[in-house]
Design a protein around this ligand. Structure first.
Ligand SMILES: *Cc1c(COP(=O)(O)O)cnc(C)c1O
Length: 610
């Protein structure tokens, strides 16, 4: 089990919000004389907006305080835990517990010989302990703040008593991972997450990542490791900041959550089912194959999840015009659909080349009342349509909401889109438990910009489930005709974010190729770039031919016509299923249905009977 993490000495709402978004399990507030001392009313205000059912536990630290003061403070601040940090006796601890039912009482013990015996004095009184390992002696410049050899004894004691025992004193980002070798039950960190006198979000995230294997991105600059950020003209900086603030405020409101939930359920058709593909499993051999059916959603793909959510956000922000870019036309259709539903005006930018390839989707968008603007610049595909949409946004920033369709673009878009798509993974975790009583050995999704994959993967990160994203290898990885951004790309900036890009030796971004219009974007979401480089997610590439082959399999064996994008994920499953046993499950994000692709499929596969 990972150690529990307590960040102590919170002194502002910003500290609280940062500590929670870094993933802290406990927050500590000092109510004793200290430069970090806070007032109970302030704590109440700072923590008021944290979700009630799933938040860090609020701990108040007191030193030999009057019982009545402690009780009053606990009530005002809404504390979950009282930490007696002075010379309190077990009778004092007992009295507090009696006076405050529902509130736990912890006792601080100083690490010295006999500390375990001292702990025994409190065995039936305290609900947990904090061992302060800082000693005068060890602070004498040795660089080691405490005696780690004793930590396993405390962890044993925690197990024996079945109570928390936190280790505190001199823990920093630099020494935390070494401390992990001693298997502490929990860590309490205060000055180790400060720079100067201020709490430092980056240090919190570093500690969480090192000690608790917690994945906490983006940071406050919108970066995922080396990737992401906001590389935009000054005129857009304000719009992005405004969007980020509105996103945090509005999506936290109960009314927003309820309305979105209703739209996803009653309009789009969530939750989507998970289907066991029995014949496909038999044909491929090995793992049981399960399909997360995003193809069953209104408009035929996962994109509607994001379009409805951003549309609702736009409406609540008071924007009247929606603009979007589209490649395959699927995001354009999803956006036009949402705009019709919410009564917003809608402009969709689309490359002239894509308009030819996806004629029916162009008609569909116009039928839905959207204006489709033909983009003639560059290669006349998605990249150029995105440039044009950004240009329009710069000129109309006050009234216009730019609805980005994947986990790409400048911060906060990759984060917003991922959070609006994570419903795919959240539902999957619940449904796999219901259907199979366990989680899959591997989850697979195709990657264009990467939104269906991020939606599926995000809730599974660090869960032990192998995660694999599938890129388009087009005509083959040894040809220039592919869209395998991660496998073949180099770092660069496109559309406001740093990520991997398909570019030539001079750094010019070139036209990617894939049989599926939804995968031929030259970039990839920055979070995927980070997940790739950090090895958290695996990425593989699949050719046109392999994808079309898997597409036919799914049609014939399961009666499901998938989108060609989706067929890339299925082609990987065809390769990988055999390497698993029959007890293992593979979960595939069936991102969309293939009705839009029938024309292309007919051209490639012909009408011939096989
Ligand atoms: C657009 C699309 C994709 C690719 O987009 P991501 O952002 O990578 O998910 C994949 N599948 C379908 C069906 C699509 O419409």
């Amino acid at each position: 089990m990972r150690p529990q993490i307590k960040f102590c000495g919170m002194r502002s709402k910003k500290d609280v919000v940062n500590a929670c978004s870094a993933g802290a399990d406990y927050l500590g507030f000092i109510f004793a004389p200290s430069k970090r001392r806070v007032r109970p009313e302030d704590v109440c205000e700072w923590t008021a907006e944290l979700p009630q059912n799933n938040r860090a536990l609020l701990t108040g630290v007191f030193v030999d305080e009057e019982e009545t003061t402690i009780i009053q403070t606990a009530k005002t601040a809404g504390l979950d835990i009282i930490q007696c940090h002075g010379n309190e006796t077990s009778a004092d601890v007992h009295a507090l517990k009696t006076a405050l039912p529902g509130v736990q009482v912890f006792k601080t013990i100083h690490h010295e010989s006999g500390a375990l015996l001292r702990m025994k004095e409190f065995e039936n009184a305290a609900d947990g302990f904090l061992v302060d390992t800082k000693t005068e002696h060890s602070m004498g410049g040795t660089g080691t703040a405490f005696d780690w050899d004793a930590v396993p004894e405390y962890s044993e004691e925690a197990k024996r008593q079945g109570v928390p025992i936190f280790i505190a004193g001199g823990i920093t980002a630099a020494n935390a991972d070494e401390l992990l070798n001693y298997h502490p039950w929990g860590l309490d960190i205060s000055s180790g997450i400060e720079t100067g006198d201020e709490k430092d979000y980056r240090k919190m995230v570093t500690i969480m990542k090192k000690t608790a294997n917690v994945y906490a991105f983006p940071d406050e600059l919108g970066r995922y490791g080396d990737f992401g950020g906001k590389y935009v003209p000054e005129t857009l900086m304000y719009a992005l900041t405004q969007l980020e603030e509105a996103y945090h405020t509005i999506t936290a409101e109960e009314s927003f959550k309820a309305e979105l939930q209703q739209e996803l359920k009653r309009y789009a058709g969530r939750p989507t089912e998970i289907t066991y593909a029995g014949s496909l499993t038999e044909a491929y051999g090995g793992a049981q194959i399960y399909l997360k059916r995003e193809d069953l959603l209104h408009t035929g793909a996962h994109k509607i999840n994001n379009a409805l959510a951003q549309g609702l956000l736009a409406k609540k922000m008071g924007k009247t015009e929606i603009i979007a870019e589209t490649g395959a036309g699927q995001h354009g259709v999803a956006t036009a659909t949402m705009a019709a539903r919410f009564g917003l005006s809608c402009k969709v930018f689309m490359g002239a080349e894509d308009m030819k390839r996806q004629e029916l989707n162009v008609f569909r968008m116009r039928l839905l009342g959207a204006e489709v603007l033909e983009v003639q610049s560059g290669g006349k595909t998605l990249k150029d349509a995105t440039n044009e949409a950004i240009r329009h946004w710069v000129a109309n920033v006050d009234t216009t909401f730019y609805l980005i369709g994947s986990v790409v673009g400048p911060h906060p878009y990759p984060m917003i889109v991922r959070n609006f798509q994570r419903v795919i993974g959240d539902e999957s975790i619940r449904q796999m438990e219901e259907i199979c009583g366990k989680q899959p050995a591997e989850a697979v999704a195709c990657v264009g910009g990467g939104s269906n994959a991020m939606g599926m993967f995000y809730p599974y990160i660090n869960s032990g489930v192998r995660l694999t994203g599938i890129e388009a290898a087009g005509k083959g990885m040894d040809t220039p005709d592919h869209a395998a951004t991660l496998s073949k790309g180099r770092k660069g900036v496109l559309h406001g974010a740093l990520s991997y890009l398909i570019q030539d030796d001079h750094g010019n971004v070139f036209e990617p190729y894939s049989i599926s219009a939804g995968l031929d974007y030259p970039g990839i979401g920055p979070e995927h770039a980070h997940l790739h480089d950090s090895g958290i997610v695996n990425y593989e590439a699949v050719t046109d031919d392999e994808a079309m082959d898997a597409l036919e399999d799914l049609c014939r064996l399961e009666g499901i016509l998938p989108a060609i994008e989706t067929a890339h994920a299925l082609a990987y499953v065809k390769r990988a299923a055999k390497s698993y046993s029959e007890d293992d499950a593979l979960l595939v994000c069936l991102s969309g249905r293939g009705d839009k692709d029938v024309h292309t499929i007919q051209q490639v596969l012909g009408g011939a009977d096989k």
